[in-house]
Design a protein around this ligand. Structure first.
Ligand SMILES: [Zn+2]
Length: 322
């Protein structure tokens, strides 16, 4: 019996899965991403999450055929090194994530880009299954993207897929990346929250922060946005409308360049808002499509929160030719 491990390293949480021969999930575990201690502390917590998942599945980490990791930042797939993972606290230089985990878990560990492995998972097992070429758009704190062309991951020189930094407005809003007018500066949950706070300071009425407090959340999470929309909160509606318009322009421009068959929308907000919002994004995209007689299919990611970890396990499976 062959089992593979997969770990998705996120800015707030680490998700680990153990999958069987047909990529079925046998067990999973989740731990918060440590905010102190830098890369070594993060790696130790990742190993802990995978050990927990192993224990729940009744397998020893060392008996896994291999394990994969989806990590933010610049990933060197050959060496397993990760450089400047911006979303993670104090991860400025280069860290040998693959080597460190391999030693801790006593199994082979492959490292890939988090968004690319999640896109791959949707391509092989999820909403992207019927298609040969697709664009994955992960709408969460930021906006990440992954590209698959004729079945092959398109990584460029290692930095491809950054759809969040497509320019949707020249000279527009400041982005977390330091540039301006990026899609993420309008549609990223982090940017949407910053805009909501500024509007509130200017005296605009909104229920967003009240809902956040009622739910004991430190941030405007996807569920807070969803609730505010349900309650008809004017500011929430306005900011989500702007996000959808920006997604329409950014994703539409990517489609004009690549003419892929399908767009798969995932990420915290993408999954939370689901099918109705995917339809709205498709409508917002339409006026920007050059080839508007043949729009791509727009689908919601089917693997949910575990998609990243499952995608990481596929990386391990591919590396050993299974
Ligand atoms: Zn940017």
């Amino acid at each position: 019996m062959e089992e593979f491990g997969g770990i998705d390293l996120g800015g707030t949480k680490i998700e680990a899965v153990i999958v069987g021969a047909r990529s079925e999930v046998l067990a999973s575990a989740r731990r918060p991403t440590p905010v102190n201690g830098g890369p070594p502390a993060v790696a130790a917590e990742m190993a802990r999450a995978l050990r927990e998942a192993c224990a729940a599945a009744g397998v020893a980490p060392s008996s896994l055929t291999a394990a994969g990791v989806g990590s933010p930042g610049l990933v060197d797939g050959d060496s397993g090194a990760v450089t400047s993972a911006r979303n993670l606290p104090s991860w400025e230089g280069t860290f040998d994530l693959g080597g460190t985990l391999s030693e801790a878990l006593q199994t082979r560990v492959l490292v890939g880009n988090d968004v690319q492995v999640a896109t791959r998972a949707e391509f092989e097992l999820g909403a992207g299954k019927p298609y040969e070429s697709l664009l994955g758009v992960f709408w969460g704190t930021g906006v990440g993207g992954g590209v698959i062309l004729r079945g092959e991951d398109w990584l460029g020189r290692g930095g491809a897929g950054e759809i969040g930094h497509m320019v949707v407005k020249i000279g527009g809003e400041r982005c977390a990346c330091g540039r301006s007018g990026c899609l993420e500066a309008y549609a990223g949950r982090g940017a949407m929250e910053a805009r909501a706070r500024r509007q509130r300071e200017k005296g605009k009425k909104t229920e967003l922060f009240k809902i956040m407090q009622e739910r004991g959340r430190p941030r405007l999470t996807s569920s807070v946005w969803e609730r505010a929309l349900e309650k008809g909160d004017r500011l929430a509606i306005e900011l989500v409308d702007q996000a959808v318009a920006a997604l329409g322009a950014g994703v539409g421009s990517a489609v004009n360049l690549l003419d892929i068959e399908a767009v798969v929308i995932g990420g915290g907000l993408g999954i939370r808002f689901g099918e109705p919002m995917a339809e709205r994004i498709a409508l917002a995209m339409h006026p920007h499509l050059f080839n508007d007689g043949q729009p791509p299919a727009v689908r919601v990611a089917a693997l949910g929160d575990l998609g990243g970890a499952i995608g990481a396990s596929l990386l391990a499976r591919r590396a050993v030719g299974a």
